[in-house]
Design a protein around this ligand. Structure first.
Ligand code: SF4
Length: 283
């Protein structure tokens, strides 16, 4: 007997970012797994970021963290400067009125796709819910880009869809723990208008993706970016696409923010069926 069940494809914010940047890049990275391995320096930073996340989780669970801190001077610096910058976050506790949970998971199905978001910390009471996210690299200069990043859009959207909170009562705050020597935050409030925009955009991307995947299995590649697109400047697939790479020229001029954008395709989780781990999400 044939199964009529549809198989859900798991997607992440990183994959949505890539689909918006260039569908062909998504094809090479996720369907063909052609990405190059991340460099050791990046892996080291990623490991340190994961350790900070783990530390924050342990602390939130009331587990001892002193041994961790004693062994790692960088973690110790980040933790003490974060404690100075945001004592209200570290010192408030869960009680009858306030719910707090680190590494809080939520899943949501949209069309034939499954999204799992993991909030580094969720603080909620009977009026509002705050999503907090830790980043262990400097604050990006461009707030608008951060707002448009699918991590911001998806995290807010999923909470609004899976809870009773009105979008207006939901916010998301990034904490960049090493910005210019002291932690800095960027907060995004949410609204019903933004929510409806995200609903529309997400459904549009997913409908297109379903079509492209179907065509791909009939040997039609995903669409490319037009000639001269900025997306190609940082792309590792320029040879395959017969595009001009300007990576070397641009690297010398790039801001740290651009570098983050440029590097993200090489470090994404290429397994569409993998659940996100405790690793820091690179924007
Ligand atoms: S080179 Fe340009 S068109 Fe080709 S995958 Fe990269 S961004 Fe897309």
């Amino acid at each position: 007997m044939q199964s009529t069940q549809t198989q859900l494809l798991r997607l992440s914010q990183g994959q949505l970012n890539l689909l918006e940047r260039c569908p062909r890049q998504f094809q090479h990275t996720y369907l063909e797994q052609l990405h190059s391995p991340s460099n050791p320096e990046h892996e080291e930073r990623q490991t340190l970021g994961s350790r900070f996340h783990l530390l924050m989780q342990q602390r939130e669970m009331g587990l001892p963290i002193d041994t961790f801190l004693q062994e790692d001077a960088q973690l110790q610096r980040w933790m003490s400067s974060f404690a100075n910058a945001a004592p209200e976050i570290l010192n408030s506790v869960s009680n009858n009125q306030t719910f707090r949970e680190s590494e809080h998971y939520r899943t949501l199905q949209v069309q034939d796709y499954l999204f799992t978001v993991i909030y580094d910390l969720l603080i909620a009471d009977n009026q509002q819910a705050q999503i907090l996210d830790w980043k262990t690299y400097p604050k990006p200069l461009n707030k608008r880009k951060l707002e448009q990043n699918w991590q911001t859009r998806l995290y807010l959207y999923v909470l609004a869809e899976t809870s009773d909170y009105l979008p207006e009562n939901i916010s998301m705050t990034y904490w960049f723990v090493q910005s210019e020597g002291k932690p800095q935050s960027v907060k995004f409030s949410y609204s019903n208008i933004q929510h409806q925009k995200t609903v529309k955009k997400l459904n549009q991307i997913l409908t297109r993706l379903t079509y492209w995947i179907e065509r791909y299995y009939h040997k039609e590649p995903f669409p490319q970016e037009p000639e001269g697109s900025k997306a190609c400047d940082y792309c590792q697939y320029t040879k395959r696409c017969n595009r001009q790479s300007r990576t070397e020229d641009i690297h010398s001029l790039a801001t740290s923010e651009q570098m983050l954008e440029a590097k993200s395709p090489t470090i994404v989780d290429t397994n569409l069926l993998n659940i996100a781990s405790i690793q820091e999400v690179t924007l």
